[in-house]
Design a protein around this ligand. Structure first.
Ligand code: PEP
Ligand code: MG
Length: 586
């Protein structure tokens, strides 16, 4: 049994197909001065050929499948091929050192890799592999080889690879690839995102799985628990077969609820929406019954590039999102960099306490041009009247007024340019800081809605770094302080007549569904795959049952006691759900 990171849930038992991508060994060769132009041309031809190949893959996919996720990933690679620094630096090196194109390109790629390695950000580090994949393609073309593709797979298989390029994953849509496992990768790698969108089980970060498996080996990939078993015993086989059946049955049953409202037995309705990092996730969230996007983390549009995208690019992205979703709505959060999501160009200075430092709205207000550019793009895309703006990490009324002043000024600017936008666009505040929660009554007078970001709210409320494993045991969503804070916020909001959503991980935790319902939350936004389970709970209870459970939980003095009480109640009511959830967690 090999343990990695499960990035797409479900279990597949099948036959392994090893994608054996051969690495080209690069030798340095000195060329004559008179050959330099020819060598540069050879390099440029390989770049052009790579573009053509990717263009063909993209056309093929676009013809066969509607989901734009796949073509988007190819676009990322095409953008890298257009990147002038990669091209210019390679050409300059060929010229300066009179060396062969392969070696020059390799040096430039190594330089790029070292820049990425120095960045303390998982997402950014993973973007390095996109550049490596593009580099590999150019090198293969320089060597006159046709890059291998998994397109030729004819039978149903589980793909095993050192790493997969997004172009590989993009070709998996045909249905023969039933799951995959790779040596490299992480939760936010493009490949992981694609696996979730394809809904095939996937485990990444297995270190050496590609050297342990041969094509034809029997293989089990458990994407829920992050486990891979090579040539399982009969006992293991039977155990996983039973688990797989249970998982499939459960998912199928839950998906039957897709078009039904999230409404209690006595007709009390809440909204269930999804968190996204990329607009390309929209088809998948709809498939799971999301009633809209409750949180679009726009920093992911910026995070994989040194230069921040221009207004026009952002505008097209937001417009595409609005068009895909209409008549459903999307809450677009302005960039939330800082803390654990660092950006090389924005978070330049080392901060002793980055989580308490220049992040989110603070950073945006200090880089007003950046905020203006983003707000202009969101407003211009708001003509379908289905976008909302959300400001992260607001600490009090002053900051909200400042952010709204920038928004008003951007609106005036657009009016003076005769550019239309949604004049009624809703403006929301993320409640993530205790000072915002305590002054929720004041904030509620100044905005249209709240979205409670429990990931940060819990961190600041209990004073524990959400990324620090030493204090992870104190990270307790059911801590009485957290529950009281949530209650305070919801009561204040309702008193002022505005709606309140929740978009932290707590919103998608089925254990918390009844309590949140009892606290009268209006909307829960979560990872799309959690929606059916949460909906099933909402639809199985009466509102007063939730209120009673919440009332009893709120008078318990410790997080442990609340948790024990809630687990007992929820397991009694939903034994099927909680046996699956627990097996997912262990
Ligand atoms: C949160 O803090 O709960 C939240 C949703 O924001 P993020 O996880 O992006 O910080
Ligand atoms: Mg947050």
């Amino acid at each position: 049994m090999v343990k990695g990171i499960g990035v797409s849930p479900g279990i597949i038992i099948g036959s392994a197909f090893l994608v054996d991508r051969w690495k080209i060994k690069i030798e340095k060769a000195i060329i004559k001065k008179s050959e330099i132009d020819q060598e540069i041309q050879r390099f440029m031809d390989a770049v052009e050929l790579s573009k053509e190949q990717l263009g063909q893959v993209k056309d093929k996919i676009a013809k066969e499948i509607k989901d734009k996720t796949y073509t988007y990933i190819i676009d990322v690679h095409l953008l890298i091929l257009e990147d002038q620094s990669l091209i210019d630096e390679t050409c300059q090196l060929i010229k300066k050192e009179a060396v062969n194109a392969e070696w020059a390109l390799d040096q430039v790629l190594l330089h790029f890799a070292s820049i990425f390695d120095a960045i303390d950000d998982e997402y950014l580090r993973e973007r390095k592999t996109d550049i490596e994949h593009v580099g590999e393609r150019i090198k293969m073309n320089l060597a006159g080889n046709t890059p291998k593709s998994i397109e030729d797979i004819k039978a149903d298989v589980v793909v095993i690879a050192h790493d997969l390029t997004p172009a590989d994953t993009a070709l998996m849509h045909k249905g023969n690839v039933k799951g995959f496992a790779t040596d490299l990768g992480g939760r936010t790698s493009h490949t992981a995102i694609m696996a979730r969108s394809l809904e095939i089980p996937a485990v990444v970060a297995l270190n050496n799985i590609s050297s342990l498996v041969k094509t034809g080996d029997a293989i089990i990939v458990d994407g829920s628990q992050g486990i891979v078993i090579i040539n399982p015993t009969k006992k293991e086989f039977n155990k996983y077969l039973a688990r797989q059946r249970k998982f499939i049955y459960f998912e199928k049953e839950l998906l039957k609820l897709r078009d039904l409202p999230a409404e209690t037995k006595d007709g009390y309705r809440i909204e269930l929406s999804a968190n996204i990092e990329f607009p390309e996730e929209v088809p998948s969230i709809i498939e799971h019954g999301a009633e809209g996007v409750g949180l679009y983390r726009t920093e992911f549009l910026y995070i994989n590039r040194p230069k921040l995208p221009e207004e026009e690019e952002q505008f097209f992205t937001y417009k595409h999102l609005a068009e895909q979703l209409t008549p459903l709505t999307a809450v677009v959060r302005t960039i939330d960099f800082g803390g654990d999501k660092l950006h090389a160009n924005l978070n330049k200075e080392h901060e002793t306490n980055p989580v308490l430092g220049l992040r989110a709205i603070r950073l945006a207000l200090q880089n007003e041009d950046l905020l203006r550019r983003q707000l202009r793009a969101i407003l211009r895309a708001s003509i379908y009247k289905n976008l909302r703006i959300l400001f992260p990490l607001i600490s009090g009324v002053t900051e909200l007024i400042q952010a709204k002043a920038v928004l008003d000024s951007v609106k005036d600017e657009l009016r003076s340019e005769n550019v239309s936008f949604d004049e009624e666009i809703q403006v929301g505040v993320m409640i993530e800081v205790p000072s915002a929660a305590i002054t929720a009554d004041l904030l509620a007078k100044e905005c249209d809605f709240f979205s409670i970001g429990t990931n940060d709210l819990i961190q600041y409320c209990i004073a524990i770094d959400r990324g620090n494993q030493h204090v992870a045991y104190l990270y307790e969503p059911l801590h009485p302080a957290v529950l009281r804070t949530i209650k305070l916020v919801i009561t204040a909001a309702h008193h002022e007549g505005i709606w309140v959503g929740m978009c932290g991980e707590m919103a998608g935790d089925p254990l918390c569904t009844m309590i949140l319902l009892g606290l009268e939350i209006d909307e829960l936004s979560m990872n799309a795959v959690s929606i059916p389970t949460v909906k099933r709970i909402v639809r199985s209870i009466r509102r007063e049952e939730a209120a009673e459970l919440t009332y009893k939980a709120l008078i318990l003095p410790t997080a442990k006691e609340v948790e024990q009480y809630v687990i007992k109640e929820m397991s009694r009511r939903f034994p099927d759900i909680f046996s699956i959830v627990r097996s997912k967690d262990n």
